[in-house]
Design a protein around this ligand. Structure first.
Ligand SMILES: NC(=O)c1ccc[n+]([C@@H]2O[C@H](COP(=O)([O-])OP(=O)(O)OC[C@H]3O[C@@H](n4cnc5c(N)ncnc54)[C@H](OP(=O)(O)O)[C@@H]3O)[C@@H](O)[C@H]2O)c1
Length: 260
């Protein structure tokens, strides 16, 4: 019986790459994202992760059909850039709903099935969750929240032998850059800083790693009996995150301020 893996955000970027990679490795993959998407390697179901009733039904139906759910990968996510001063409340709510609330929701739906399979939860965070990026403050906050949530959940689920792992990619070349929503600039107080920062993050992402690197790390987390709680993708980012933990916060923030 093939192990069943459910991944959100499977129509593009890291999610699509991972769905294809895991299918090749012999997993039975179900992908969930909003748009219509067809391929012959995995089953794609169109659904918004915010539609919790539909998500619940999808998970129940997959279990009824397959008789096992081995892992869920919470990958769907969005980015919003701009100054917090100009942020609209509905945009702030949207990014927290998609990047955090829907992750918590899918975990809570899937836990009974994962208890049976002694399965795994992989949540996709970001280096921006460890190193807070200006003009991406909400995004950084959501990813930081995911890491804290995952650590607490790992402790809750330890006796039930469900493993929780956060995979933390750095800049990765995907459609995330073009899909990022930009908050309207209302006046000139920030000068060119917003534009320059956003241009830098966009440039870094488009020069970033191939999503397959993230897929490979996710695969290793699924394979390992005891995966790490947080797994940063790439040696450079691993070093960066380590330094950020070791150095004084004020110094790290000053470097980030200078870079962005
Ligand atoms: N790219 C990077 O540099 C980078 C770095 C660190 C972390 N990450 C994280 O990696 C994850 C994947 O991002 P990516 O780079 O692969 O971006 P992407 O190419 O834009 O893919 C995002 C995926 O999420 C889906 N999605 C977005 N909102 C959704 C919703 N409400 N319901 C269901 N699906 C939804 C999209 O599909 P639909 O539009 O069809 O719904 C798409 O499949 C995100 O969590 C992101 O924060 C990315």
């Amino acid at each position: 019986m093939n192990k069943v893996v459910i991944i959100t955000g499977a129509s593009s970027g890291i999610g699509l790459s991972t769905a294809l990679y895991l299918s090749e490795k012999g997993y039975k993959v179900y992908g969930i994202s909003r748009r219509d998407f067809h391929n012959d390697k995995f089953t794609h179901i169109s659904c918004d992760v915010l539609d919790s009733e539909k998500i619940k039904k999808i998970i129940e139906e997959i279990y009824l059909k397959e008789k096992n759910i081995f892992a869920i990968i919470n990958n769907a996510g969005i980015g919003i850039s701009g100054a917090i001063e100009y942020a609209k409340r509905e945009d702030v709510e949207k990014i927290f709903e998609i990047n955090v609330v829907s992750v918590i929701n899918l975990c809570s739906i899937a836990i009974p099935y994962l208890r049976e399979s002694k399965g795994k939860i992989v949540n996709i965070s970001s280096v921006a969750g460890e190193i807070a990026i200006p003009f991406q403050a909400c995004y950084s906050a959501t990813k930081s929240a995911i890491e804290n949530f995952s650590m607490a959940l790992a402790s809750e689920l330890k006796p039930q032998r469900i493993k929780v792992c956060c995979v933390r990619p750095g800049d990765t070349k995907t459609s995330f850059t073009k899909n990022r929503e930009k908050t309207e600039v209302v006046n000139d107080i920030y000068g060119q800083r917003i534009l320059k920062s956003v241009q830098k993050m966009e440039r870094d992402e488009q020069r970033g790693a191939d999503p397959i690197k993230v897929s490979n790390v996710i695969y290793k987390c699924l394979k390992k009996k005891n995966p790490p709680l947080v797994c940063t993708v790439g040696i450079g980012y691993k070093l960066l995150c380590l330094l950020s933990k070791m150095l004084p916060k004020k110094f790290v923030n000053y470097i980030v301020y200078k870079l962005y």
